[in-house]
Design a protein around this ligand. Structure first.
Ligand SMILES: N[C@@H](CCC(=O)N[C@@H](CS)C(=O)NCC(=O)O)C(=O)O
Length: 253
């Protein structure tokens, strides 16, 4: 077995997906937590691992792998048991479409809520000189804009509501897939379910009624089945505030 080193954030949704995939597969790794507010992910050494300056990055025998969806598919191909992808090409397509949707649509939505809670209180206190220095280290225009907004132009209530609506819409999509007691794609637990877990976890905190049996019986049942899986506890997908604490240490499982 190769040596795995996972650079991750406890509260990072993309990191949570990789932790969950590795837990499902029983892959042991050395975890190195990257505290985004320490800007380690914008340091030169980290950008050599991931030029986009984002977590997660997984080192496999010293070789960096990035992008959570792609990492998870790679792990599934390299360590096929238990399988987390369907065999039917059409269902594989559906898993990929769903994980793409999660990354492209749900990640920016959840980040709005996460960042207003954590980054905004710190970034708003930066002087113009500090802000300029911080932004100079951010490797992509898209992330520079987000950091700028945290410092000087916070998301409006309307933007936050729109972001929450996107996450609620995600719950509706999941409901359509899991209503008959199955999983998001087809009859088996897959990388699609793994991709959704960190986002549903945040909905549980931001709008818990959306997961109630009264509102979405399929999602409520699916969520209970997800949480009963041993890998869920092993992946430490904990409370957002609790895991934002710099002193957070995962409990033994
Ligand atoms: N598409 C990427 C998204 C990674 C990503 O956005 N990571 C966030 C945390 S969830 C991050 O590191 N942000 C740092 C920053 O924007 O400064 C993946 O799935 O790995």
């Amino acid at each position: 077995m190769p040596e795995f080193v996972l650079y991750h954030g406890w509260t990072s949704s993309a990191s949570r997906k990789v932790r969950l995939c590795m837990a499902e597969k029983g892959l042991e790794y050395e975890g190195r937590h990257i505290e985004l507010l320490s800007f380690e992910h914008h340091s030169d050494w980290f950008k050599k691992l991931n030029p986009s300056g984002k977590v997660p990055a997984l080192l496999i025998d010293g070789v960096p792998f990035v992008e959570s969806n792609i990492i998870n598919e790679y792990l599934d191909e390299m360590y096929p048991e238990p399988s987390l992808m369907p065999t039917d090409p059409r269902l594989r397509y559906d898993v990929r479409m769903f994980t793409l949707y999660i990354d492209g649509t749900c990640l920016p939505a959840v980040q709005k809520h996460n960042w207003m809670g954590r980054m905004r209180p710190v970034a708003m206190k930066w002087t113009d000189e500090e802000l300029e220095a911080r932004l100079a280290a951010v490797p992509t225009e898209e992330r520079r804009k987000v950091w700028y907004r945290m410092a000087r132009d916070p998301y409006t209530d309307e933007e936050l509501q729109t972001a929450l609506d996107i996450l609620i819409d995600m719950c509706d999509r999941i409901e359509d897939g899991v209503r008959s007691g199955g999983w998001i794609v087809g009859d088996n637990y897959s990388l699609a379910d793994i991709a959704a877990v960190p986002y549903v976890r945040r909905v549980e905190e931001l709008a818990p009624d959306a997961l109630s049996a009264a509102e979405r019986p399929g999602v409520a049942d699916w969520w209970a089945r997800i949480k009963a899986r041993p890998a869920y506890a092993k992946a430490h997908i904990g409370g957002y505030d609790e895991q934002s604490d710099p002193d957070y240490r995962p409990p033994a499982v």
